[in-house]
Write a protein that binds this ligand. Structure first.
Ligand code: NAD
Length: 523
């Protein structure tokens, strides 16, 4: 019974709220105004290891609007000091943060595997992405370029500079528990904003580690505030807080819509990174073994729980049988287990809700007329799997583009192989979903590669590589139901976290009227 109860703690719809912490489990606090504090209610929720639900990692504050208010007040008090700190000085502190992350990379990766489940080499990559983001973006502290331009009138100077947006609310998902918070936090800080960040309820520890590193780096009290808790209360309180000028959200398209509507009501800036249904196109001239490697990594890395996961494989009929046979063979050989074990290829999925949703989609796939469950499809519940959320990597073949498993984001270790007869048809299938995050093509024909590159309406595109593997110095984001026009990472992220101010300096000593006065001698 105790086991079943703890398992529920990973189930968002049924938070495990504890008023009195048991002594053996560590308690973690919110970080508000430079102090580590409990939630005002004193309530906590448990962070559970998805590979072993008896392993309680810690208890975190179950924050409410009162805690969010306190965090926003702290961010407000720190704002003028931080925005008036020269950007190169802000950046120096961020470089120190980068060093702290490097020193702690292994520990942070181990913590992340324990709370999130993905294998150690992937959590190492997640922390590395935070390090890369920190170094790259801190470099912007000495750039943050604006521009000058000629003015219409004589003796008048025109320029454009970036100014911080103000107080920012950052809401993040559980699948990249340090990388995604860093993508928001670091550019927000370099631009001079102060923040309140709320990590996903399944993975608060990785953001806690990041924020603790910010404190160690010497970021002033109130500049970064951490509030843990559930989306419906702490998340909603952030979204609706009138003093938060910008909400930067990454998560599902459904939640993103709620966040966007709330922001629209109060005229807040809102940047959204949401779901995906990504695709690899495999042409008849492709290096099939390379394409298989890409498909396996894209579909089953992070147990398929990536916004860029390769959940559709559109394969040319001429190589379809060969590709499907090899893919199934290799999928069956993947080792499922605890991500902390170096032999593991595929870790658990995040929580009980995820198991339910993924198993439901597998059932839908089995019922869809024509689709074949080629391998996997079962939840593993015995032996080493008994206390975790393990699902076999699953391949459906003979999938039609309009089937639900080919249209909807499953967010688990499930991929759909769809036959195609031509590049044109493949591109039409590939574009034929509501999302537009990432797409890839495997081909040796440069003309086909460029054709697909031109015709795919996605934010990211790969040639002879999988749908995952973004680098921090290129913009990241998607079209259609994946995003709302913004891009994170690269220098483009600065356009989220700063606003342009156009400045005119008239040194003529007289009134000059733009669009009205004529310039002497020109007419
Ligand atoms: P989610 O939408 O359930 O939760 C995301 C965050 O929003 C969490 O912190 C949650 O607590 C919070 N939240 C939930 N309800 C809220 C509400 N009413 N108001 C304010 N905040 C609320 O998503 P998830 O399950 O954590 O993450 C998986 C989803 O994220 C997938 O759809 C995936 O594709 C997407 N994702 C997208 C990207 C991207 O860059 N496009 C990256 C990673 C994940």
């Amino acid at each position: 019974m105790a086991q079943a109860k703890k398992a529920l703690a990973k189930n968002r719809s049924k938070p495990q709220v504890q008023r009195h912490a048991r002594a053996s489990v560590k308690n973690f606090n919110n970080y508000i105004g430079g102090k580590w504090v409990q939630s005002e209610s004193g309530e906590v929720f448990e962070n559970i290891n998805p590979a072993d639900t008896q392993d309680v990692i810690g208890r975190f504050p179950l924050s409410t609007a009162a805690d969010v208010n306190a965090a926003v007040n702290a961010a407000q008090q720190a704002y003028d000091g931080w925005r008036n700190t020269p950007a190169p000085r802000r950046a120096e502190i961020l470089f120190r943060l980068g060093e702290i992350l490097i020193r702690n990379k292994d520990r942070f990766a181990a913590d992340m595997t324990r709370e999130m489940g993905k294998v150690l080499k992937e959590t190492g990559g997640d922390v590395q992405e935070a390090i890369d983001c920190t170094y790259y973006t801190a470099g912007e502290g000495r750039r943050l370029h604006g521009f000058t331009t000629p003015a219409e009138m004589p003796d008048k100077f025109a320029m454009c500079v970036r100014q911080p947006v103000g107080l920012c609310g950052l809401i993040t998902p559980w699948n990249f528990p340090m990388a995604i918070p860093s993508w928001k936090l670091i550019p927000a800080l370099v631009c001079g904003n102060t923040v309140v960040i709320k990590p996903a309820e399944d993975t608060p520890l990785s953001t806690y580690n990041l924020v603790q590193a910010c404190e160690e780096a010497g970021i002033a009290p109130g500049v970064v505030n951490l509030v843990t808790g559930y989306g419906e209360n702490a998340g909603a309180a952030i979204t609706n807080h009138p003093a938060l000028r910008l909400i930067s959200f990454t998560g599902s398209t459904e939640t993103g819509r709620i966040v966007a509507s709330a922001c629209a009501e109060r005229n807040a800036i809102c940047s959204l990174e949401m779901g995906g249904k990504n695709v690899i196109i495999v042409m008849d001239d492709a290096d099939i073994d390379l394409a298989i490697e890409g498909a396996l990594w894209g579909a089953f890395g992070t147990s398929g729980q990536r916004c860029t996961a390769s959940s559709r494989l559109v394969v040319h009929k001429k190589v379809y049988k060969q590709f499907s046979r090899k893919l199934v063979e290799r999928t069956k050989a993947l080792r499922i287990g605890n991500g902390a074990d170096p032999k593991t290829d595929v870790g658990p999925v995040i929580n009980a809700d995820a198991v339910k949703k993924i198993m439901k989609y597998i059932e839908i796939g089995e019922q869809e007329d024509g689709a074949t469950l080629a391998c996997g499809g079962k939840r593993l519940t015995r032996g080493e799997y008994a206390r975790g959320y393990f699902i076999e990597p699953t391949v459906f073949t003979d999938v039609a583009p309009d089937m639900r498993i080919a249209q909807e984001e499953i967010f688990g270790p499930v991929t759909a192989v769809i036959p195609t007869k031509s590049l044109d048809e493949a591109v039409e299938i590939a574009n034929g979903v509501r999302y537009g995050l990432s797409a890839a093509i495997y081909t040796r024909d440069v003309n086909r590669a460029f054709r697909a590159m031109n015709d795919m309406y996605t934010g990211i595109f790969y040639v002879n590589a999988s749908t995952i593997g973004a680098e921090v110095h290129l913009p990241f984001g998607g079209t259609k139901a994946t995003g709302n026009g913004h891009r994170e990472a690269g220098t483009q992220v600065l356009d989220i976290f700063s606003e342009w101010k156009s400045i005119y300096v008239d040194y003529s000593g007289k009134l000059q009227r733009a669009q009205i006065d004529t310039v002497e001698g020109i007419g």
